[in-house]
Design a protein around this ligand. Sequence first.
Ligand code: ASP
Length: 848
Amino acid sequence: MAAVRVRPSARARLWTRLWLGALAGAASAAPDLVRIVGLFDPGDERQEITFLHAVDRVNREPGLLPGVHLQGLVERVPLHNSFQATRRVCLALERGVAAVFGPQTASTSWHVQSICDAMEVPHVESRWDFRPRRADFSINIHPHPSTLSNAYVSLIRQWHWHAFTIVYEDAAGLLRLQAMLQAPTPSEFSITIRQLPPQSDDFRPLLKRIKKNAGTKILLDCRLSTVPSLLRQARELGMMNQYFSYLITSLDVHIVDLDEFKYTGANITALRLVNPSDPAADDVIRRFMTPPTAAQTRETEVALIHDAVLVFARALHQFGRSLHTQSLSCGTERGWSQGSSLLNFMKLVRLPGLSGPVQFDGEGFRTEVTLAITELSKDGLTRVGTWSPDQGANYTRNYGDKMQEIEQSLRHKTLVVMTTVNEPYAMLVNESDTTLTGNARFEGFCIDLVNEIARLREFYVQFVEGGSYGGIDPITGEASGMVKELMDQKADMAVTDLTITYEREQVLDFTMPWMNLGIGILYSKPKKEPPQLFSFLAPLSLEVWLYMAATYLGVSVLLFILARFSPYEWDNPHPCREEPDVLENQFSLPNSLWFTIGSLMQQGSDIAPKALSTRMIAGLWWFFTLIMISSYTANLAAFLTVERMVSPIESAEDLAKQTEIKYGALESGSTKNFFRDSKIASYQRMWSFMKSARPSVFIKKASEGVERVRSSQGRYAYLMESPQLEYVVERDCDLVQVGGLLDTKSYGIALPPGSPYTSTISNAILILQENGTLHALKTKWWKEMKGGGACKRNAKKSSAAASELGLDQVGGVFVVLLAGMAAACCIAICEFIWKSRQLNQAAHVSTS
Ligand code: ASP
């Protein structure tokens, strides 16, 4: 703190010196004497001293007022007593003053202003005034509230405070923050406004309400004396940690003792008008300020009064000795002729004051305000940047410095990390082992991930078990599960298979993703079809078999007919006789059938066509059989060796189309919300089905979902996220993923809103991703640990076994052979009986 207590004796001496100087000036009544009057509220002792000190300073500054002596008159005006104020001003005007300064109270100041307006005497104010217009003869050195509001708005924008709470003490506070409430786009900020309880020092109920509504960003507009007690009560309620940010609107917060909050981690920011690095400011403040009863000791007011006198002196400098004050009577309408020129000179003044560069616009509003941005650190409230209307907030430290600061604050700290027991992210090492305590109880991918991050960023970890994943109820807006617990700062981060969603991102902070995924369908492996006896028929469809049979008959008959037509197919059965009575044709119907079947079976026959027509038929038939038999043989191997699976569902659409197989997701999670919010017709249908299914198809834990699929024998499919699905099918060979992924999203580490650690942990994740640690951890927990790769090994074994053909596959061929042989036997017997009967009949005929 820049201010130093002024000893009472020193103060008394200063008083005496200043008053003697003033009296001496009055006694001489020389023509170059210029009087100004300062009106002060009772108790504004320090302001009076500053006023007189500034007068003394300008009198002593060489070359500033040559030949002119400035005399400061001091009048105390009772609070809110306009009658007295008017009387005092009129008395001063009668003595002939060149300007009236003060007072600080609005109601009395307005009266003084109207008198000055009427008498045409400049009225110099240094108080907070929200009115958008100045009176004609008035100039105010205090920055306009809209300028201050702009500064707060620009900081809030820079910090990305989309939702925050304004805590104010009185109506003036709200006026002060008007610009913020009228931010250009109303949707830009979500602002909650709360008033501190009037006439009560107990702010706890209000603070509790703010905390309950997840208000972690607070803009505090209250009296300086209220600040420490409010922050103390906030600390009692756990609202003074790294997740809470306070922007205090008073320009004098640095004179309040905030040492007790230095190590809480809370972000406390304030703006300061007085430049503490200015040696002149330091000198004035050291001489006239008395901490720690800071309520009345506002450094800004002191600096502004000082600067106001300097502005007046600079304007007076332009006049030199040509300025003549005159006695004015409030009873007349005659004003001071030089008042207006003096005021205009004042508006043109530019000087580096204690309150930064001083400059006015044509209306007498201060422009070019520069504010120091101060933040509470372990060295107290320190300046971290400046704000100006043209350049906005300008921080002296860069992003790297800020990150370093955060990493420093994280070092050796213990962070509470919330996780859920869910394979393979976090698992209990041994549930029955009660000797294990603390972090030793947990193992898994996320546990390793957090330990790696903690190793990189040098912090300690305490794992705790969280509830369900949770989210925000779209109807009630209530948070649930781990989302709520993080919002309530029950943990510093949640590391589990927590999906980054828009809804969660609104209320939590997420790091860079550490794994990408999508929703998949877990289902029982389809049943193998039992091998069929006649599977040798399978390579060709029934239709093709029928066509082949028809073609065979057709070609045989055609061959028979064409052979009858063609003369070259008729042979002489007795070549020794030149003119035979009968000619013979080898293509009888049975022979035609025999010829075509012989070539179809790739065996040939002893019959050969001789005519061009029959040879053409034979040639094309051979070509046909060549293609058909080659196709059949090629397909036969595949049909006999590959085991066919039949699955009733192949995709999410298949699921949506049927009602026989039930399907569901996790009770409280993003998968369920994906279907709830989907605009795709089939997913909407799935959502309606899941919602109305009785008994419920939603389950509490992923492991329960997997178990339900396992035991349902194909009557339940579980919609789950792909990494865990991969993990399950890697180990349980009876389960498979059906279809592709329905969406793409990522897992991230969630932190309470406004957590300072988000960026540094994101950076650590990137490092782990780039150096391959994340990949190695995934391989470890998915493929190697806990029986990983079991199904791959089984698949290899079974594919080796599948290369032999069993009787199941080729048994049909034996059946056909046996049936053929049996048929041949029957036909042979028939032939025998037939021939015997014929011979018998012939014998009868010859004997009779
Ligand atoms: N990982 C999901 C979540 O964060 C859980 C799920 O819905 O499958 O909500």
